[in-house]
Design a protein around this ligand. Structure first.
Ligand SMILES: Nc1ncnc2c1ncn2[C@@H]1O[C@H](COP(=O)(O)OP(=O)(O)OP(=O)(O)O)[C@@H](O)[C@H]1O
Length: 603
């Protein structure tokens, strides 16, 4: 991305603040004129003092001059303080507003992209976060630099150069002659730092990620007694970091020294030239001070050049990744005009193929019908493609080939948000947001009353457990156990009360008692609704109106439990394996013996 392109992209963001920008520019102009006051005042002072000395005048006659000079310099400083405050404050104001609009735009876009966008290798959670943070940060540095550094410093330099040329063309030429050398050294410095800084940055990221990983995997590290191994890994990183830090410092010291040398050579030339002109009677003695101070105004911005160049490079590097996020228009979720208000909930998949963006083909020529108002179960071994079907039914992804219909209409033709309002989804692992239990359940219906939230929690068999917590519904939801968090997800479903329900292993992380309670609750909510359930637990699926059996992305069998059992195919294989893993024979025997005992006692 070129600098021009960045300016073009930032323009609409800065445009709403045009008055502020104009005001800041005006302040910059006044500031750059004020910056030239010192050289003029000092030249006047030196020349006047010189002429007073020539006339044998002393301190008494010079008092007025001192008063005037002090007044001028202090007055200028007071004005300068206000100007600098204005420049920095308004520059910062523009920067902060532009940065929050940019971040908000990125969030808006990301929220509206389809799921495939997140699973793209460049957009995985951490990477996306880094791209947004780095992009906004580097662009903002550019905006900030422009108003706070680049603009004021360069305005000062240009005004100072003009004054120098007006005073004497040769002096102006000496000042200009130093600039290319200065530019070249700064360019070399920035170029060299660019490489080392990038290395330094990635090492810092690795280091901080390393610490996060240690905390996340503390249990595994400790249980395998790998503390020394992890410490050595971090130690190596630390050493690389130290080397990179030292290299950056070394480069800076070297080039800064060179620049100071060139600047001083410039000062020496200006002193020699001005002294020559003074001795030749072409200038007053005050011109020496005058030219040195003006040259200082010219070289000040160039001293910052490598930093400005460096930050510009950073903006060029990171802004591309950031604007790519804003520009991913083809990833925006597709929607249609059809409102699903009266939908019955009959889904038809005909010859559906589906491949994830990563290239994994999860479904091959799948045909199935999910009947409205009935419970359909999807059964199959891990990775068979069951969750993928739910992903397609929720419109998280679109099928690659084949037809996907809802009530006879293509699913793609439905309004995506309206459709999702009618769907309730409970997964094996549901996200619990940072916040209270009440806030987390409320996610199912944002304007629910506390009574409705409590009722939903009761249906999910969570209410009594919440009341036992010291802060009740205000407790931190992320501190709950896995099973309790699962019940929050189920409470959300009860609160949302949708006509279509997709359950993907809804009771996987619950204990036996909770599983039974939730099963009873879900059985109640299932009545009259379209339900698709995925479960490895037989108890959850044997009652289903229709069971589809999947194997390696293909639909291999379908029917009721009894029909599939008799078929002696894949379903029967899974069923028998489940029965064996549950040790059903022994459990049944215990239950029969227990029953006999009860009968004996009764008899
Ligand atoms: N987001 C994704 N990106 C890429 N591939 C995926 C994604 N989700 C699933 N897959 C792949 O698609 C295939 C089917 O996965 P799916 O989750 O649908 O299986 P499943 O039958 O639900 O399995 P399980 O019972 O373990 O949940 C697997 O090979 C899986 O690796």
């Amino acid at each position: 991305m070129s600098l021009w392109e960045i300016i073009r992209r930032l323009y609409p963001y800065v445009l709403p603040h045009r008055r502020l920008v104009l005001f800041t520019l005006l302040l910059t102009l006044v500031g750059s004129l004020a910056a030239q006051v010192n050289p003029f005042v000092l030249r006047y002072t030196v020349d006047t003092v010189q002429s007073m000395l020539d006339r044998n005048q002393g301190l008494r006659q010079g008092a007025d001059l001192l008063l005037l000079v002090s007044g001028l310099l202090l007055g200028k400083e007071i004005i300068n303080t206000f100007i600098q405050f204005g420049q920095k404050f308004y520059g910062e104001k523009i920067r902060i507003s532009v940065s929050s609009t940019l971040s908000q735009d990125a969030i808006h876009k990301i929220l509206n992209y389809e799921l495939g966008f997140y699973s793209d290798s460049g957009n995985q959670t951490g990477k996306l976060q880094t791209r947004v943070d780095r992009g906004v940060e580097s662009l903002m540095k550019l905006v900030q630099n422009f108003f706070i550094d680049i603009l004021p410093l360069f305005a000062n330099a240009i005004v100072a150069l003009v004054v120098m040329f007006t005073a004497n063309v040769y002096v102006g030429l000496v000042a200009v002659a130093v600039l290319p050398v200065y530019f070249w050294i700064s360019y070399r410095q920035a170029d060299k730092l660019n490489g080392t800084r990038r290395g330094l940055r990635s090492l810092r990221e690795l280091k901080s990620q390393g610490l996060v990983n240690i905390i996340d995997s503390a249990v595994v590290i400790k249980s395998f007694v790998r503390e020394t191994y992890e410490e050595e890994k971090q130690g190596q990183l630390q050493q690389n970091l130290q080397a990179a830090q030292l290299e950056t410092r070394k480069t800076n010291f070297l080039y800064d020294g060179l620049k100071t040398f060139v600047e001083q050579v410039g000062v020496v030339f200006i002193i020699i030239l001005t002294a020559y002109l003074v001795l030749g009677g072409q200038m007053s003695i005050g011109a020496i001070m005058f030219h040195i101070l003006l040259f200082n105004n010219v070289s000040a911005p160039i001293r910052q050049l490598h930093r400005i160049y460096d930050e510009m490079n950073e903006a060029l590097t990171y802004s591309e990744g950031f604007f790519d996020i804003l520009d991913a228009d083809d990833a925006v979720e597709k929607t249609g005009p059809l409102l699903p208000d009266g939908v019955q909930g009959t889904f038809d998949l005909c010859n559906v193929d589906f491949t994830y963006p990563s290239g994994i083909q999860a479904l091959h020529d799948v045909c199935l019908t999910i009947e409205a108002g009935k419970t359909t179960a999807l059964v199959g071994l891990s990775g068979a493609g069951k969750s993928t079907i739910i992903n397609l039914l929720c419109k998280f992804y679109a099928p690659g080939r084949g037809r996907l219909l809802l009530d006879g209409q293509p699913l793609a033709a439905y309004d995506t948000h309206a459709l999702r309002h009618r769907i309730g989804l409970v997964l094996q692992k549901n996200h619990i947001f940072k916040g209270t239990i009440e806030e987390n359940i409320r996610y199912g219906l944002m304007d629910a009353t506390l009574a409705q939230i409590e009722a939903a929690a009761r249906q999910a068999y969570l209410h009594d457990q919440i009341l036992e917590l010291p802060k009740g519904y205000q407790s931190d939801a992320q501190q709950l156990s896995g099973g309790q968090q699962q019940r929050i997800a189920i409470a959300r479903l009860f609160l949302k009360n949708p006509p279509i329900i997709f359950l993907d292993e809804p009771t996987a992380s619950l204990d036996a008692i909770a599983t039974e309670q939730i099963k009873n609750s879900l059985d109640a909510i299932k009545q009259g609704r379209t339900v698709v359930i995925i479960s490895h637990s037989l108890a959850q699926i044997v009652d289903a109106d229709c069971i589809y059996v999947m194997k390696q992305g293909r639909m291999v069998e379908s029917g009721t439990h009894e029909q599939l059992y008799e078929l002696r195919g894949t379903y029967r294989e899974i069923f028998d394996a489940s029965a064996r893993s549950l040790n059903i024979e022994k459990l049944a025997k215990v239950m029969v013996d227990d029953g006999d005992e009860v009968e004996d006692t009764a008899g």
